[in-house]
Ligand binder design. Structure first.
Ligand code: NAG
Ligand code: NAG
Ligand code: NAG
Ligand code: NAG
Ligand code: NAG
Ligand code: NAG
Length: 437
């Protein structure tokens, strides 16, 4: 009971003392306990002190045209209250408000902030681009009323490295700085956010500072093109594969969106691009049977939530070409086609013989499964990997046909790794389908 009474007594004393204070500080219009209210526009930090104990304090920033943010202040060891508004854009002015309760009475203090400097002299239209994993370029336009001798300064910091860094290398345009190059990017996490402020100096007038809504790192990053784009084949399909671009941070493949531009060579009608979400495999299949001409493919990539595309990869040619397969020498191609024709003839012959033999000597079940099987015995991966080189898959398929020859003995090699499925299923099966070469 005693402590409770003590508390009640204290409260009475306090409220009495507060009334006294309020009388003393009549100079403060509404008796607010707030003093030394200050805004550091660079750090976007509001600080103040309270003359008395207060409860339920809240700070607020309103910026034109219609942005408003509220916060609860932190208190530092020396009794200074601090609110940080990292996302506020302050150069057009701001109204800062502290609300709270002192002795059960609400109070409010307001600070009107104006950009010091000649109106319209600050830099405008800042834009920045991260590229090549670690470089960043920024550019801006001098304000319309800026004096001729204006010199701008760019400062940047990130959400995790709060110390501001001045631009290390300015890009001048007839003497006035209008851009900046950062050769070594600060911050290298997916979530990094970049903050910038441009202020300036001139002998003729004070220059307004300009701050900007923070840039999310991945929204201003132009990634490298997809890496290692290749076209292989497994007989029935052209297998287009690529690697995720190099990144400056760890991230899931799912944050990428790829655009594949597959076009038929020599065709005037343009095919629509294919858009694919990134995955571990990054593979796109084009049925070989749908291709009756040479094709080209190129790819580019962007972050899922960004509009900034990478450059395109170099163009790869693939498919059934009329003359040349992406640099594959024509003479060699002719030779290969010749060999293929020969092999087909031999196979057709063997096929006929094989069917005859089947009638005379029904194959043992094991062998039949291998010959007519669905290809399960032949790992596709090995074939994919073997044929990942672009443009040569036709030749490789044909070479494989030659290697299939041991089947003429009727035994087949059960673990032969690179037998294309269509050959086992169609080419040498009992029905003797024509080879799809
Ligand atoms: C420009 O801003 C930086 C960083 O906030 C500050 O250190 C510097 O004094 C400012 N310069 C002028 C001329 O206002
Ligand atoms: C606030 O209250 C504490 C006790 O709760 C007291 O020690 C302190 O002096 C008070 N501060 C002010 C500014 O009145
Ligand atoms: C600055 O950007 C705004 C909108 O983004 C645009 O309307 C304006 O033309 C740009 N100013 C200059 C000088 O390019
Ligand atoms: C970056 O700026 C430099 C110098 O102005 C320029 O040569 C380069 O092309 C820019 N790079 C990008 C990606 O904008
Ligand atoms: C491209 O392929 C090479 C060789 O397989 C590999 O070392 C490299 O890491 C790949 N590049 C990327 C970005 O995955
Ligand atoms: C080629 O690979 C694709 C995808 O893995 C598969 O659907 C297709 O059946 C394969 N074709 C052959 C002949 O193995």
């Amino acid at each position: 009971m005693a402590p409770l009474l003590d508390l009640a007594g204290l409260l009475v004393l306090l409220s009495f003392a507060h009334r006294q204070d309020a009388d003393l500080v009549t100079a403060e219009a509404d008796g607010s306990p707030v003093e030394d209210m200050e805004l550091d526009p660079g750090r976007k930090t509001l600080t103040w002190k309270n003359q008395r104990n207060v409860t339920e304090q809240e700070c607020k920033v309103d910026t034109p045209p219609s942005s408003s943010t509220r916060q609860h202040p932190r208190v530092k060891g020396d009794g200074t209250y601090v609110c940080r508004f990292p996302n506020a854009v302050l150069h057009r002015g701001a109204t800062l408000t502290v609300n709270g309760m002192a002795d059960g009475t609400p109070f409010q203090s307001v600070l009107e902030f104006r950009n010091p400097g000649l109106e319209g002299s600050g830099a405008v239209n800042l834009s920045c681009l991260i590229y090549n994993l670690r470089h960043m370029n920024c550019s801006w336009i001098p304000g319309p009323t800026a004096p001729a001798d204006v010199q701008y300064h760019l400062y940047g910091w990130t959400s995790r490295h709060e110390d501001e860094v001045e631009c290390p290398r300015y890009v001048p345009d007839s003497g006035t700085r209008v851009g900046c190059r950062f050769d070594e990017l600060v911050g290298s996490q997916l979530t990094d956010t970049y903050f910038f402020l441009v202020n300036g100096t001139s002998k003729e007038a004070a220059i307004e500072f300009t701050d900007f809504a923070p840039f999310k790192g991945i929204m201003i990053e132009k990634v490298d093109p997809p890496a290692n784009l290749t076209v292989g084949g497994n007989g029935s399909h052209h297998v287009i594969q690529w690697d995720n671009p190099r990144l400056r941070f760890e991230a899931s493949s799912r944050i990428f969106v790829y655009e594949l531009d597959v076009q038929r060579e020599g065709s005037s009608s343009k095919q629509d691009s294919v858009f694919l979400r990134g995955s571990e495999e990054n593979v796109y299949l084009v049925p070989s049977s749908s291709m009756r001409a040479g094709h080209t493919v190129r790819a580019r990539v962007r972050f899922r939530h960004s509009e900034l595309w990478s450059d395109w990869t170099p163009i790869l040619r693939f498919g059934l070409p009329d003359q040349d397969v992406g640099g594959f020498p024509g003479a060699l191609l002719g030779m290969v086609v010749g060999v293929a024709t020969l092999v087909i003839t031999v196979l057709m012959f063997l096929c006929t013989r094989f069917s005859l033999r089947r009638k005379l000597f029904p194959p043992v079940p094991q062998v039949k499964r291998e010959v007519t099987g669905t290809g399960e015995a032949f790992p596709e991966v090995a074939w994919d990997r073997v044929s990942r080189r672009p443009s040569l898959q036709e030749a490789e398929e044909i070479l494989s046909v030659e290697e299939v020859r041991p089947l003429e003995s009727g035994q087949g090699d059960p673990v032969y790794p690179a037998l294309p499925q269509h050959l086992s299923a169609e080419g040498i099966g009992p029905e003797c389908h024509p080879l799809d070469v």
